[in-house]
Design a binder for this molecule. Sequence first.
Ligand code: BEZ
Ligand code: FE
Length: 308
Amino acid sequence: MTHTSHTAHVSDAQRRVEEDLLDRVVASFDSCENPRLKLLMQSLTVHLHEFIRDVRLTEDEWNQAIDFLTRVGHITDDKRQEFVLLSDTLGASMQTIAVNNEAYEDATEATVFGPFFVDDAPEVSHGGDIAGGAHGQPAWVEGTVTDTDGNPVPNARIEVWECDEDGFYDVQYADNRMAGRAYLHTDDQGTYRFWGLTPVPYPIPHDGPVGQMLQAVGRSPVRAAHLHFMVTASGFRTLVTHIFVDGDPQLDIGDSVFGVKDSLIKAFEQQPAGTPTPDGRDVSEIADGTWARTRFDIVLAPAKTKTT
Ligand code: BEZ
Ligand code: FE
């Protein structure tokens, strides 16, 4: 990392003042009876003080940070979670996912959950359309759910959700629509198939303090195009992930929440108008008759994995 510590010029006397304060704050948690809470608070204290001392935080900067966090809190309500957005844009969400979803054999990798899941999406049958009126190019999505030995996982619940071609999720419209989301279950062979929309890049909500932060540092709020999946099956680790679109230029530019993993980039093969669809669906009236198809074979890790 290209980073220079600014503590080098600090005098020994000043260093002792700073370290004495740190020691006293760490010790203030010594009698905490919950060992995990004690560890969390003491480690947080050490890292927070390290940050303040490292950058020689000014009082003006401290005030700005308090003001920023206050604004993050004020804009947060039961529909908008700006703290999660902050965590996402700092990579803290993905780092937490990394820590908690250590690679297990060839199990499918996890990525960030995002704020747009709702738990009362409609069920679709195999080959059903999740669009629910959302506009976009139809995309046929199919695959399997297996364990890491390749055995099919029947009756796995697959939740899928995505934005429309304008880059908005249903919940971002004011009319209570339910669109671009559904759930289905794998069949006895562990297979699934549905119609979705070819994903497009879209910006995370950036009209609040997190958007201001991104703008101040010259970062884009745009996410690489993706389709969200959450897969649950008894005896398996719940998988929260997405698939990304191979060839999406945003993959090279960068994903604003650091969610991309190479293993999750899938070809969405473009089909010219007139190409017969897998289930005979007539798509001639949508997207000039073009459609896309992709395959996502999902491998679930067991619910409890051995730690080494
Ligand atoms: C999303 O993919 O839906 C998302 C993830 C993180 C922040 C905002 C949106
Ligand atoms: Fe998303």
